[in-house]
Write a protein that binds this ligand. Structure first.
Ligand code: ZN
Length: 69
């Protein structure tokens, strides 16, 4: 997946074998490339509607990536 698919502003490739790994690697990329965004995401509670929607979209996008097969 790309940073943009995960809601980020760039097209950097983020690799992961599982959704958990993908999220972890995505977060690591955010922290190094977009620290302001990473801080915003971390400040958001997990049950924030925005995070819930993001998770749904992420799982849907994930299911369509070649890595998930
Ligand atoms: Zn990025």
């Amino acid at each position: 997946m790309t940073c943009a698919q995960m809601g980020g502003p760039c097209d950097a490739k983020i690799m992961g074998a599982t959704p958990e790994e993908m999220m972890r690697n995505g977060m690591a990329h955010m922290e190094s490339a977009h620290p302001d965004m990473a801080a915003n995401i971390k400040a958001m509670p997990k049950d924030d509607p925005k995070m819930v929607d993001w998770n749904k979209k992420f799982m849907k996008d994930w299911s369509m990536t070649p890595e998930s097969k």
